[in-house]
Design a protein. Sequence first.
Length: 390
Amino acid sequence: MSDVPPSRRSALRVLAGFGALALGASACGPNNPDQAGPATTGPAATGRAAEPGKELRMPAEWESHARTFMSWPALESVWGDDLPYVRQDIARVARAISEYEYVVMMARPDQRGAAQKACGSGVEVIDLPVDDLWARDIVPVFVEEDGKVTGVDFNFNGWGNKQTHNNDSQVGRRLLRKYGIPRVQAPLVAEGGSFETDGEGTLLITESSIVNDNRNPGTSRAQIEAELKELLGMEKVIWLKGVRGEDITDAHVDSLVRFTAPGVILLDRAFPGMPADSWSRSSDQAESVLSEATDARGRPFEIVDLPQPDPDLITGYTDDFLSTYANFYIGNDALYMPKFGDRKADDRARGILQEHFPKREIVQLNIDTIATGGGGIHCATHDQPGKPVE
C-alpha cells in the first residue's frame, strides 16, 4: 500500500493481492426547503430494490437526515505521518455536524476510545472495523420505498482495485445489519460519490467512474443505466464524461457538479488563468452536456459556476490537493464547506452557497489534510434519510 494519502490527482498503481468481490446478483420528492428489521439481500439477477407497485426513490441530500455516518481513518500505511492530522480534520468535521444533527463515527474497536476523545461526547462512536475515512463511498446508498429506508450495497472494491480495503468492503453489510436496515446487493460495483440526485428522479454521474473495466468489466453504459434506474428509482440518467485514471476515484461527480435544488446545478470551475488540463476540460464538457439537457421533469438546468481558489493562496496546497468547493455536505440545518485560505475565493464560495441555501447556516471548516489526500467533506460523510434521531 502507498505510503502517501490516496490521491485524486496523481498517477496510480494497481495493488496486487486485492481479490475481486463476489457480486450478488419513481416519485417526486420535495424541493430544497431553502429554495421554497434484519438485513436482507435482494434478487441478485436484477438488483431490484422495490417491490412491484411500490414507489422507490433516492432522496436529495437537502431532505431530512436521520443521522450522518463517518469513518475514523485507521491506517498509518495509507496516511503515514499525516495520520494524526487527518484524524484532527475528521474530528473537526464530526463535531461541527453534531451541533446540528446526530453523527455516528465508525471505528476499529482498538481505536474507538481515541476517536471518542477526539470527537467529543456529541458524536456516537461505534465498533465497526474500517480502513479509511471515505464514508461516502463505503456506506450503502440509501433509498426510500413507501417511507421505509433500504441500503443498496454497491460492493466497494477500493475504487477499481487501486487500494486494498478489506474492512471497508464489508461496511455495507455490517452497518445495515447493525441498524436493522434491509440490504440490496447491487449487481454493479460503484461508490456513493459517483451519484448526485435532485430527489425527483434525475441522476448525474460520470461515465469514467462506473462504465469502467476496473469496476464493471464487460457491462455497457446502457446496461448500467438500466440497473441504476431500477436500483435507485431514477427516471433519467445524465452522463458526464469525467476523467479516467488520473485520480483514485476516476473522477467522482460530487467534486464536479452538485444540485442545490431541482433544476439548479453548481459547477466546479478552475481558478481563472490556470492552464487547461483534463479536469478543466471535464468541467467544460459537463457544462456542454447540462446546458442542452433537461431533468426528469423536463426542466432545463440553471448552471452556476463555483470557482476554485488561487492555488498560490491555499494554506495546505500540494499537487494532489482537491481544491473544489463543490465537495460540500448539506446537513439538516447547516451546510459544511471547506475553507482553503484564499480569503476572497472562500468568501465568494460561501456567498454562492448561502444564496442557494438561505435557511441553513454555512459552516466553513479547515480540512487541509483531507484535501491533501484528494477528498473533501462530502467524501467523508454519508447521510441516512429519515426523521432526525433525537
